[in-house]
Design a protein around this ligand. Structure first.
Ligand SMILES: Nc1ncnc2c1ncn2[C@@H]1O[C@H](COP(=O)(O)OP(=O)(O)OP(=O)(O)O)[C@@H](O)[C@H]1O
Length: 343
């Protein structure tokens, strides 16, 4: 059974529509990132799942039980949902132990202690149970908020930009660490972020928002390499768009020749469009009679970013070859792959 089902959900603030017919299914143990620019409705959906925001249409279910919709509205505290916020929202006057056990009411004293020890070990804070939040680092405070959310064994965890206050240098490790904790306990989670990089690291699937609607939902790799439109393609990474004409089910023509697709093209033969090429999908080979010319070079550490003129187009290309210099001629090679074309 799926953990969370969002079906045709709409929501508004005083008549102003902010969520438009959203559909999303989250399987047990899956982590989905609600991704999109500021103001597109990510937090509103999270709040609707938590029972902090009414919906005007559709239905939200957890493990088959209707929580919002069909004339039903289950109160937030009865939904079995844990929340982790950007600012951790710890109680400053309570110790780590008291914070973690705050929502755990049904256990006796011995069971509470066992639960506390288990949580402290899980988030690697054993020995710090009597400290107060101000005596912890930002990362430790975030781990307390995770322990608190997991301590009462929620059916679903909701995370609202939980890493945006964490130093960039430790953020990646922290995301991997928390992801491992959720995977270890098979917790399903919905994670709000406006950062594609965070979504790639933390989530199994992405739901990309645009103005209150989900434009595409699926594995990060699918959205990156097979985006359904330019909005998705551009949100997830930079790209070049080459004008092309489809010449067969597996081939297109561009200004310098032909390119082959390893999958059948969706556009009919004769149609025109723009081919998406990610900067790393183009190879460069030094060649004094080559079809391209380096116009700019920018060293980025693991790769070099080049701008290369071919015909009338300037392409952005990332290459591991760092020895090419502006003015040098190169051969631009685009290997056959599943071509993505927008018309
Ligand atoms: N309490 C409110 N009253 C009226 N409008 C609101 C309220 N909260 C949010 N909105 C509006 O609803 C829309 C969606 O907001 P929401 O907070 O869900 O976006 P978001 O994608 O989470 O943005 P961010 O990444 O900036 O947090 C925005 O246009 C916002 O201005």
């Amino acid at each position: 059974m799926s953990t969370l089902t969002i079906e045709n959900v709409c929501s508004d603030y005083q008549g102003q529509v902010v969520l438009r017919h959203l559909n999303l299914i989250l399987e047990q143990g899956e982590i989905v990132a609600l991704l999109g620019p500021s103001g597109c409705g990510k937090t509103t959906l999270l709040r609707a799942i938590a029972g902090l925001q009414a919906i005007s249409e559709g239905c939200i279910r957890i493990n088959g039980q209707v929580l919002s919709g069909d004339g039903v509205f289950v109160a937030s505290e009865q939904r079995g949902v844990g929340m982790i916020f950007q600012d951790y929202a710890l109680f400053p006057h309570l110790t780590v132990a008291e914070n973690i056990l705050f929502g755990v009411n049904e256990l006796n004293r011995a069971e509470r202690l066992t639960r506390l020890e288990e949580m402290l070990e899980l988030v690697k804070l054993t020995g710090l149970s009597s400290r107060y939040p101000h005596e912890l680092s930002g990362g430790q405070q975030q781990r307390v908020s995770i322990a608190r959310a997991l301590a009462y064994q929620p059916k679903l965890l909701l995370l609202d930009e939980p890493f945006s206050n964490i130093d960039a240098q430790v953020r990646n490790d922290m995301m991997l660490e928390i992801r491992a904790i959720l995977k270890q306990r098979n917790v399903s989670a919905v994670f709000v972020t406006h950062s594609k990089d965070e979504a790639f690291v933390f989530a199994d699937k992405l739901a990309l928002f645009k103005k209150g609607a989900i434009i595409q939902h699926g594995k990060a790799e699918t959205l990156y390499s097979a985006p359904t439109d330019r909005y998705v393609a551009d949100f997830l990474g930079s790209g070049n768009y080459l004008p092309i004409t489809v010449t067969s089910n597996y081939q297109v023509q561009y200004s310098l020749g032909y390119l082959n697709s390893t999958e059948v093209l969706s556009l009919p033969i004769g149609s025109q469009g723009h081919l998406l090429l990610r900067p790393q999908q183009i190879e460069l080979h030094s060649n004094i009679e080559g079809n391209g010319c380096i116009v700019q070079r920018h060293f980025l550490g693991t790769v070099c970013h080049y701008q290369v003129q071919i015909g009338d187009d300037v392409l952005d290309i990332n290459s591991q070859s760092t020895i090419l210099m502006p003015g040098q001629r190169v051969n631009v090679v685009i290997a056959a792959h599943p071509l993505v074309i927008f018309n």
